[in-house]
Ligand binder design. Structure first.
Ligand code: UDX
Ligand code: ADP
Length: 468
């Protein structure tokens, strides 16, 4: 029987930080350390000012306040933490590979591999290694190969490898971790599985824990995300039909969601899915299918991504068309840059491609977001007009922390993220400072058309068939 007294989590990101905070809260007898090579991130996790945590997640600051310094610590001392741990979670970044074999299709495993090598060198006694990051199927085998073939292998050192995929959704991560629909543990070492199972039993009922082999666990994670993404592409494809036929996507979603077999979740049409997982996981599935010669399967899932990109392109083209085919010297207010509400994460945000395309047409963007910082936007959009081929010594976008300032002298506004604040905009106030004619583009279907049209604004809502 393995006794777990100390846990090390490698990677203090969107997954590692919140996950270990909830572990620490529910397992006061286990000492947990979250380690990262990024000193700035660790400093932010250790900040006295809880509004400065690197991840914005409702409910997280309250938990951090309770457990930090009690049984949860954040540190850059990776080696020391691995050495002392009975269980090590790998929770590092696994972006899509940019170069070489599988570029643009499969995950770049360099960070996972480096963790496995470090664990194999440094760990002492028996260590249970848990893969938490979303990974391509069979990555656990890579981790095993590295751990078990290590030059550092001695009789005092041994390992078990488990897959325990995260299903947390940003913005509701704490609830998802406290009350998950299920917890999946994949592996073949019964004692290691029991050790992880016992940790979860501190707050999760046994019936919610599911056990599979390693590969089923890894594939289940990819498949869950692929199915969710597929629902979004499906409803987005119908949104385009609504617009041309006079139907309303909100009514269609509601009507089909009432069918118990379909269910009402993940049927909101919008500018397409973003986030670090959906696209990456489908690409991994496509790559896996292609690798095994299952080209029809690969093509089927690839289409889900293609519809997603098409939806973003379609929105941008509609904006151009409505603004008389010309965006040069026009100011557009962009409301929302995160990939969805209640997160400061911009990875794969639909706002990135839509904004880039608008800037390419010559528009000046005034961007507001509730949690994303100007520095984060800068990483996705270059401010320099020359980059986009416009010979102007002026920036092509600005960040506006004040929502109403973003509207000043604007020709249009595009709502890209459904932050609550945008649902309660004072449109009369807006009407005093914008150009005329003024267009409101609502890609998240959060506005009431009547309020807008009464003020004489032009209004376009995604999936709404009575757009003028
Ligand atoms: C997702 C999975 O939900 C989670 O289980 C997994 O562990 C990680 O990936 P996340 O990326 O945080 O979580 O966000 P999610 O809430 O799933 O939304 C993903 C994207 O889909 C967002 O851009 C969101 O705006 C979009 N979306 C979601 C829709 O467009 N319509 C919907 O009905 C639901
Ligand atoms: P996720 O959304 O999966 O949590 P993030 O990119 O938010 O991904 O976080 C991953 C973290 O893992 C980053 O902060 C990165 O610095 C850290 N990391 C990557 N490789 C290592 C490593 N070898 N040792 C420690 N930390 C690492």
């Amino acid at each position: 029987m393995y006794l777990i007294k100390k846990i090390c989590c490698i990677g203090a990101g969107y997954v590692g930080g919140p996950t270990m905070a909830v572990f620490a809260k529910n397992c006061p007898d286990i000492e947990i350390e979250v380690v990262d090579i990024n000193q700035i991130r660790i400093n932010a996790w250790n900040s006295d000012d809880l509004t400065k945590l690197p991840v914005f997640e409702p409910g997280l600051p309250q938990i951090i306040k309770k457990v930090r310094g009690r049984n949860l610590n954040f540190s850059t001392n990776v080696s020391n933490s691995i050495r002392e741990a009975d269980m090590v979670f790998i929770s590092v970044n696994t972006p899509i590979k940019e170069k070489g074999v599988g570029a643009g299709e499969t995950s770049d495993l360099r960070w996972v591999e480096s963790c496995a090598r470090q664990i194999s060198e440094i760990a002492e006694g028996h260590t249970i290694v848990v893969e938490k990051s979303t990974l391509p199927v069979k990555t656990a085998q890579t981790i095993k190969d590295i751990l078990f073939s290590s030059n550092y292998q001695t009789s005092e050192k041994s390992f078990s490898v488990l897959s325990n995929p995260e299903f947390l959704s940003e913005g509701t991560a704490i609830r998802d971790l406290e009350e998950p629909d299920r917890v999946l543990i994949g592996g073949d070492d019964d004692e290691a599985i029991k050790a992880l199972n016992d940790i979860y039993l501190n707050w999760i009922p046994q019936e919610k824990l599911i056990f599979t082999n390693l590969w089923s666990s890894e594939l289940s994670k990819l498949t869950a995300n692929a199915f969710l993404a597929q629902r979004i592409s499906s409803i987005n494809s119908i949104s385009a039909i609504c617009e041309v036929t006079g139907a309303d996507i909100k009514d269609v979603s509601f009507a089909i969601g009432k069918d118990n077999r379909i269910g009402s979740k993940f049927l909101k049409s919008g500018p397409g899915f973003g986030g670090s997982c959906f696209k990456k996981d489908i690409l991994n599935l496509v790559y896996l299918a292609k690798f095994y010669g299952l080209n029809e399967v690969a093509g089927y899932w690839r289409k889900v991504i293609e519809i997603n990109s098409w939806q973003q392109k379609r929105i941008y083209e509609i904006v151009v068309e409505k603004l008389f085919g010309n965006l040069v010297d026009k100011k557009i207010a962009i409301l929302g840059f995160s990939f969805k509400e209640n997160t400061n994460d911009t990875r794969e945000s639909p706002a990135i491609s839509i904004c880039r395309n608008l800037i390419n047409e010559g528009a000046f963007l005034s961007i507001n977001d509730e949690k994303v910082t100007e520095e984060d936007i800068e990483k996705s959009l270059k401010k320099d007009n020359f980059v986009y081929g416009f010979n102007k010594n002026e920036p092509c976008w600005e960040f506006q922390s004040n929502l109403y300032s973003a509207f000043e002298n604007a020709h249009a506004v595009i709502i890209l993220t459904s932050w609550d604040k945008y649902k309660a905009i004072d449109w009369e106030r807006v009407s005093l400072s914008v150009k005329s004619p003024f267009w409101v583009f609502d890609t998240r279907s959060i506005l009431d058309i009547k309020n807008i049209q009464d003020l004489g604004f032009n209004f376009w809502q995604l999936g709404f068939g009575n757009n003028n």
